[in-house]
Design a binder for this molecule. Sequence first.
Ligand code: HEC
Length: 120
Amino acid sequence: MKRNPIIPFALIAIVGILAVIVISFVGVNQREQIANPDEGQEEGAVQDPEAIYEASCLGCHGTDLSGGAGPALSTIGSELSLDEIKDIITNGTDGGMPAQSGTLSPEEITVISEWLSEKK
Ligand code: HEC
């Protein structure tokens, strides 16, 4: 039985074309995945004071704001005003609190200061 000699080439061409289509769809999906969760995470981090606290402050001020190398912050809102909290976080203190102006954005400092000023 003799086969049409064109068929193998045609099959390879079709498979190749399908592969290109599939790969480009996969690529588009990955590009969206890369673009979107990233944005979401950054916004989430900026708006979630607890995440900022865990990343930047927990080591010294303890889980649950209970203190450690730094003082407890669990009732800081009744001790300091929002502006005082913001100032301490931004500029640090001579007593060992490191300035955060280099590591946190002004938005992050505002968010975490407001969150702390509600701890009474
Ligand atoms: C390297 C350890 C360390 C880190 C990290 C740190 N702190 Fe502190 N923090 C301290 C120390 C020590 C003090 C006490 C400073 C003083 O008495 O002058 C302090 C004081 C404070 C105060 C004033 C407390 C009071 O009772 O007067 C606030 C508010 C505060 N820190 C918030 C934060 C926040 C928010 C972060 C994270 C963005 C943070 N700290 C990260 C060590 C740290």
